[in-house]
Unconditional design. Structure first.
Length: 190
């Protein structure tokens, strides 16, 4: 690993105040504590026992926070070998059983779908992956009927998402827009 110049902490649940090593990698941008706190307050009524997918995991902070707060399972997907290695090391140190798929999100979504009730969609901003990944999640059988989808993007960038993803809540912090969507399977996709 190139080193761990930073650390972030889990802010709630059974792993509260646990630290995650953050490798020094270009484009790695952990979700800030304040944003995670707001998001998990929004998710509190639906999080216990949920199955979550951290599709562009990076540090895994969102998925680990979900596990700490009662999610039954989180599947992490991270293509960067060093980031995936750091994520596995953090999970092992915290004694959290979880799967880390070391591949890009598109390749992961080529696999056999398993519906998730919660998805974190926070790809590297420079790659502009929101729309194609959202379409694949929606059409590929990866979402439970009433799934919640968290989307993080640049402050002024509102991705074009499937029409049946209804905006539940949103906020802005610094240069980031963060939003939680609720899937409504009865609505048309476009």
């Amino acid at each position: 690993m190139k080193g761990a110049p930073g650390r972030i902490r889990i802010i709630g649940g059974t792993l509260r105040n646990s630290r995650l090593d953050v490798p020094d990698l270009p484009g790695l941008r952990p979700t800030p504590e304040r944003v995670r706190e707001t998001l998990f307050n929004w998710l509190a009524p639906t999080l216990a026992g949920s199955r979550a997918l951290d599709l562009c995991a990076g540090t895994g902070a969102l998925g680990i926070e979900a596990l700490s707060r009662g999610a039954a399972e989180v599947q992490f997907v991270e293509p960067d070998a060093l980031a995936a290695q750091a994520l596995r090391a953090n999970l092992a140190r915290l004694k959290v059983p979880a799967q880390v798929a070391g591949m890009d999100a598109g390749r992961f979504l080529d696999g056999a779908p398993r519906p998730f009730g919660l998805v974190f969609l926070d790809p590297p901003f420079a790659l502009e992956l929101w729309e194609p990944l959202a379409a694949r999640l929606e059409r590929g059988g990866w979402l439970a009927p009433q799934a919640r989808i968290y989307v993080e993007s640049p402050r002024e960038r509102v991705p074009a998402l499937p029409a049946n993803w209804l905006l539940h809540r949103e906020g802005r912090a610094g240069e980031v827009r963060y939003a939680l969507y609720r899937r409504s399977p009865g609505l048309p996709l476009s």
